[in-house]
Ligand binder design. Structure first.
Ligand code: ZN
Ligand code: ZN
Ligand code: ZN
Length: 140
């Protein structure tokens, strides 16, 4: 379909005339290239005029979304502050891992039983374990 305004042949991949910017009929709004402003078909991975990338990769799942997208098309993570959030989560995951490792350490259990709260917890835990051991077993 040629441009109704200037008669120029339509550029494949553009939703508007590449010459006069008149929207081509039946092509939808498309996405404007951030570099040259040409209106690309929304599914284009890069601008057909200047080859500028029209997608951005999600830092969480690596899937490409249109650069105009607010949320990742795959995992729905917001692109705003995505890098910071990822760093925060990785830090939190590392902390969790450290807590997990530390909890397994005998030194932590040792210091826990030296506090009244820790002793209470430990004796409660022991009590439950003892109860479980001494409980009469059901005969099947
Ligand atoms: Zn035109
Ligand atoms: Zn462009
Ligand atoms: Zn994602």
């Amino acid at each position: 379909m040629d441009c109704e305004n200037c008669g120029a042949p339509a550029t494949p991949g553009l939703v508007a005339c590449g010459y006069c910017d008149d929207p081509l009929p039946g092509m939808g709004p498309g996405v404007a290239c951030p570099n040259c402003g040409d209106r690309n078909v929304a599914t284009n991975a890069s601008c057909v005029s200047c080859r500028t990338s029209l997608v951005k990769s999600c830092v969480f799942c690596g899937v490409a979304s249109p650069f105009t997208a607010v949320y990742c098309v795959r995992c729905n993570e917001s692109f705003v502050g995505a890098a910071e959030r990822k760093a925060e989560r990785e830090q939190a995951a590392r902390n969790q891992q450290m807590i997990g490792l530390a909890a397994q350490g005998l030194s932590v259990i040792g210091s826990a039983v030296s506090t009244p709260a820790g002793q209470g917890f430990m004796s409660q835990l022991l009590g439950e374990v003892m109860q479980d051991i001494t409980k009469p077993r059901k005969k099947w």
